[in-house]
Design a protein around this ligand. Structure first.
Ligand SMILES: Cc1cc2nc3c(=O)[nH]c(=O)nc-3n(C[C@H](O)[C@H](O)[C@H](O)COP(=O)(O)OP(=O)(O)OC[C@H]3O[C@@H](n4cnc5c(N)ncnc54)[C@H](O)[C@@H]3O)c2cc1C
Length: 398
């Protein structure tokens, strides 16, 4: 049988990008996927050796400028690598987003420089405590407060879904400033720096019993009078792709997170297609491999086309971002389409595996469980639709 045609190279492909892609693909195949297959069912944090290897490849500092020891690459390369890691284990592709200069922009330039260098080395991997039991899509309604007290603040409140809170090097807490007289001020993000495998003083947490997204433990957190100062306030997102390309950090950080999620979803869906191809070639029914049945061949063709389409879109949006073009609407569009595609494709892949798809003997069940999350976190599909429609369908004044 002739070897399958190699993937076509897109026009934005460069020799450097091809090398980065090949390295990430080899790493995902040789290290990430076997680790996921061995440890996903532990329902524990991913092994420290995997973090170490991710750090050695520089994957925690892809977008950290070279002057801080990072790879100094853009959103395009960040997403391309995330797709490859996501093909192996979505949680690994997610964990790298907890670095990349996250929470490294402080008022103190020395602290900024120190934390950026740590971020590049994979020694500043954090947790984002934004969501609360009563505030998910509507983060403007958060109730965690930082009450001014002397020359600092005392943070109190309840957070939900805080992934990596115990395992990480810091927790980035979003809360509302409140003056001693009860006046409510702006929302700020404070960094609680800490040792790995501990909670900061004043914080307690308990793991949430999830159905997937293993390898990252998500916590309910209680914060009681956690002392912080103005020096602990940090801009949540570090870089707008490569430095100096001119976006406001927060806005662009959210957009980057959406494109990164689209890339993770493409990686996960690709895993489902690749595993299905291999399964259909091996499994024989009615005296022939399943892969010879036209209906199933067309199913694979359809799924593969959807994956290729979603990849082309996220790469286009990443390229626009790296070119300094604001594309909030497109970032929401690619997140929406990729993640919905991922749910669809992984479900169809499970079906192609028949009864075996409904077991834990094949990784397809992990892809299917993890895919289900992609339309929920980083802003649900409905919230992406809200962002898109608010930008293209102005409400008529009444
Ligand atoms: C496994 C996992 C990991 C997570 N990790 C983190 C983390 O590390 N840090 C963190 O801060 N958060 C994290 N989250 C939280 C995640 O961001 C929220 O779950 C998500 O934003 C949705 O919020 P919610 O769950 O409160 O749903 P809700 O906001 O209550 O929404 C419920 C439903 O209503 C819909 N809806 C809400 N508002 C509207 C509207 N205006 N119009 C139409 N439909 C609407 C939603 O789309 C959804 O279908 C995580 C969540 C999960 C499940």
């Amino acid at each position: 049988m002739p070897a399958p045609a190699p993937d076509l190279l897109p026009p934005w492909s460069t020799p450097e990008r091809q090398t980065i892609l090949a390295e990430a693909r080899a790493f995902a195949t040789d290290v990430v996927l076997p680790t996921a297959n061995a440890h996903d069912r532990d329902e524990a944090a991913m092994p420290a050796e995997l973090l170490q290897k991710l750090a050695e490849h520089g994957y925690f500092g892809i977008t950290v400028p070279k002057k801080y020891g990072g790879l100094g690459l853009g959103v395009f390369e960040y997403c391309m690598i995330a797709e490859e890691l996501g093909r192996g284990w979505m949680s690994a592709a997610s964990l790298i987003a907890r670095a990349q200069g996250l929470a490294t922009t402080f008022a103190d330039p020395e602290r900024t420089e120190r934390s950026r260098r740590r971020s590049a080395r994979g020694e500043w991997i954090g947790a984002a405590a934004f969501s609360e039991p009563e505030s998910g899509s509507d983060l403007g309604s958060i109730e965690t407060i930082a009450v001014r007290d002397g020359d600092g603040y005392l943070i109190s409140g309840t957070k939900r879904w805080c992934g990596n809170a115990f395992e990480g090097d810091f927790i980035l807490v979003m809360c509302r400033i409140v003056e001693p007289d009860g006046t409510r001020g702006p929302v700020e993000t404070f960094v609680l720096e800490k040792a790995r495998n501990s909670f900061p003083i004043g914080v307690t947490g308990s793991p949430i019993d999830k159905i997937g997204y293993n390898g990252i433990v998500s916590y309910d957190l209680e914060l009681r009078d956690v002392r912080v100062t103005d020096a602990d306030i940090a801009e949540p997102f570090g870089f707008s792709g490569a430095e100096g390309r001119g976006f406001r950090a927060v806005e662009n950080g959210l957009n980057v997170a959406r494109v990164h999620t689209a890339a993770r979803a493409v990686g996960l869906a690709r895993a489902a297609v690749e595993d299905s191809i291999s399964y259909l070639q091996k499994r024989v029914q009615f005296g022939q491999p399943l892969g010879d049945f036209q209906a199933l061949r067309f199913e694979i063709a359809d799924m593969a086309a959807q994956v290729a389409q979603a990849r082309a879109f996220y790469q286009q949006v990443a390229h626009l971002m790296d070119s300094g073009i604001g594309c909030e609407r497109e970032a929401a569009m690619t997140k929406l389409l990729s993640t919905e595609m991922c749910v669809d494709v992984t479900g169809r892949a499970l079906q192609l595996h028949g009864g075996n798809g409904y077991t834990r003997d094949f990784p397809i069940e992990r892809y299917w469980r993890d895919a289900r999350l992609t339309t929920i976190f980083e802003g649900t599909s409905e919230i992406q639709k809200k962002i898109i429609s608010d930008r293209i369908l102005p409400r008529v004044a009444r």
